[in-house]
Design a protein around this ligand. Structure first.
Ligand SMILES: Cc1cc2nc3c(=O)[nH]c(=O)nc-3n(C[C@H](O)[C@H](O)[C@H](O)COP(=O)(O)O)c2cc1C
Length: 158
């Protein structure tokens, strides 16, 4: 089985989670960053994992566009969907439902909430100011949920 993890990231957390997931999947797995990947031929892959992060309530624009463009092909594949975000519970679920269209969520074999990270080294001035105020923190902080990544890999492999 050929698997592709197609992701978008702003500060690198989703990339880190994609690499961790690739290590957990037994299949032949390719990791593709939507910022740098040129044309992606979905015909090469049997399994497609789509991952992105939430900023100000919304999913990465490049991932949204990719899904819109390829939706008809995506729904014919074995698909897994994951999010990196700092919200948890109901709020995280709401963000997930807004990020991925219903057609895709309906056929998805595995849905994952991989947690997230605030990386001050990667943020611009405004982002730092917002996060310091909202999250009330001064330093970088990670709560990547490695257990959820393992559980997602297991679910997708079934
Ligand atoms: C400016 C900013 C806004 C954010 N807004 C949200 C948000 O609305 N909801 C949320 O759950 N997480 C939010 N986050 C947390 C990100 O989802 C988290 O940092 C994630 O790990 C980013 O992944 P990335 O580095 O792959 O882009 C925000 C982070 C930043 C820096």
């Amino acid at each position: 089985m050929n698997t592709a993890i197609i992701f978008a990231t702003k500060h690198g957390c989703t990339e880190k989670c994609s690499q961790k997931l690739a290590n957990e999947l037994k299949d032949n797995t390719t990791i593709l960053n939507l910022e740098s990947a040129k044309e992606i031929d979905l015909n090469h892959f049997d399994v497609l994992v789509l991952g992105g992060s939430i900023h100000a309530g919304t999913i990465n624009r490049s991932l949204k566009k990719f899904i819109e463009k390829n939706l008809n092909q995506l729904i014919e594949k074995k698909v897994g969907l994951f999010l990196c975000c700092m919200e948890e519970g109901e709020k995280a679920l709401e963000q997930f439902n807004n990020a991925f269209p219903e057609e895709l969520r309906k056929i998805s074999k595995a849905n994952g909430f991989f947690g997230g990270a605030f990386d001050f080294e990667q943020m611009n001035f405004f982002e730092k100011a917002i996060i310091k105020k909202i999250a009330n923190i001064e330093d970088s902080y990670s709560k990547i949920n490695y257990q959820n990544i393992s559980a997602f890999a297991l679910e997708l492999s079934k």
